[in-house]
Design a protein around this ligand. Sequence first.
Ligand SMILES: NC(=O)c1ccc[n+]([C@@H]2O[C@H](COP(=O)([O-])OP(=O)(O)OC[C@H]3O[C@@H](n4cnc5c(N)ncnc54)[C@H](OP(=O)(O)O)[C@@H]3O)[C@@H](O)[C@H]2O)c1
Length: 336
Amino acid sequence: MEVSEIGIGTWQLANDPEMWVGGDLNESLRALQRYTELGGNFVDTAWVYGVAKKQETPTSEELIGKFLKDSGKSDNLIIASKVAPKNWNWPALKNVPIEEVFPKGHIEKLVNESLSRLGVSSIDLMQFHVWQDDWAGYDEWKETAQKLTKEGKVKYWGISVNDYQPSNCLKTLDTGMISTIQFIFNIFHQKPTEKLLPYAKSNNIGLIARVPLDEGGLSGKWDKNHKFAEGDFRSSYFGGERLGELIERTQKLKELLGNEVQTLPELALKYILSFEEVSTVIPGMRTVKHVEMNTGISDGVKLSEELLSKLKEHYWERNFYSDHDPWLKASNFIEA
Ligand SMILES: NC(=O)c1ccc[n+]([C@@H]2O[C@H](COP(=O)([O-])OP(=O)(O)OC[C@H]3O[C@@H](n4cnc5c(N)ncnc54)[C@H](OP(=O)(O)O)[C@@H]3O)[C@@H](O)[C@H]2O)c1
């Protein structure tokens, strides 16, 4: 499949009182429209986006389904969705049996629901929304995936790996069942360059880079007094001292701007696209303005070796998704 190098991430497309708030669903639809007008063809979504405590407003998949129906663009776009874990645990923990997370009936049920919400007869790419590489040897998920593919419901299968565990999928990739990996990759989290990127290059695996702007932090648009809307998960993600540290780090990154790259979002996205192994980068976008800014950087020009080498110094490995949650912290989920 030929995907545009700037995809559209849609975690925030629909409002969700527990994670993303403050969106305008009409603007979300306009953002999708503008993205396709500007030549984008890759939409990343998930069964779970916008689902929290079933609400009246549509989920992300339902909004995309409405857009596909109204615009008649089903055939022009590549849609990637995700099967949520049955035990509702992100990330997948070690030693939890796959039967609790992705049993056959559950995979089939969620694929059927995604098809119905999207209003399509086939999903181009279905990703497992969490993963543990120890599940590589189990047969049921493979048989279920093959069955759904034979039925024409899913074209390709992928894994969206746990946060900050880019290599927790390599044994599974050896099975040949999985075509793509979705993983966190940005200027702060450079670990994927160590093992995942070389593996993908040698084995022709599609790579989908998520959280390229560190949830907006790498856009450089906030100052240390910024207040997130109530309910926006980023008030804890960047809570306490973290916002101040982020601002210090983005100030240093701004010193690298100049002739080659003029803005921080451009630097952040081009950093990722400078690795030829990456198939597409999927910034979350729910406004026309962000769609225009982010697709606008797609000119095929990679960052110079000199700038890439300077960016190596700006890594900042940590896990702000888990640090506030003792249960997650105990699960030791930054990859060694
Ligand atoms: N486990 C998983 O599988 C998983 C987890 C996370 C994400 N994802 C996928 O990856 C996608 C991207 O990750 P993400 O959305 O979490 O993080 P992200 O792309 O790093 O950040 C998205 C946020 O950055 C801000 N932004 C985007 N473009 C901007 C620009 N040009 N200038 C200033 N601000 C800009 C927006 O914030 P505001 O909207 O507040 O303005 C947007 O909501 C998601 O949408 C989702 O599709 C998957």
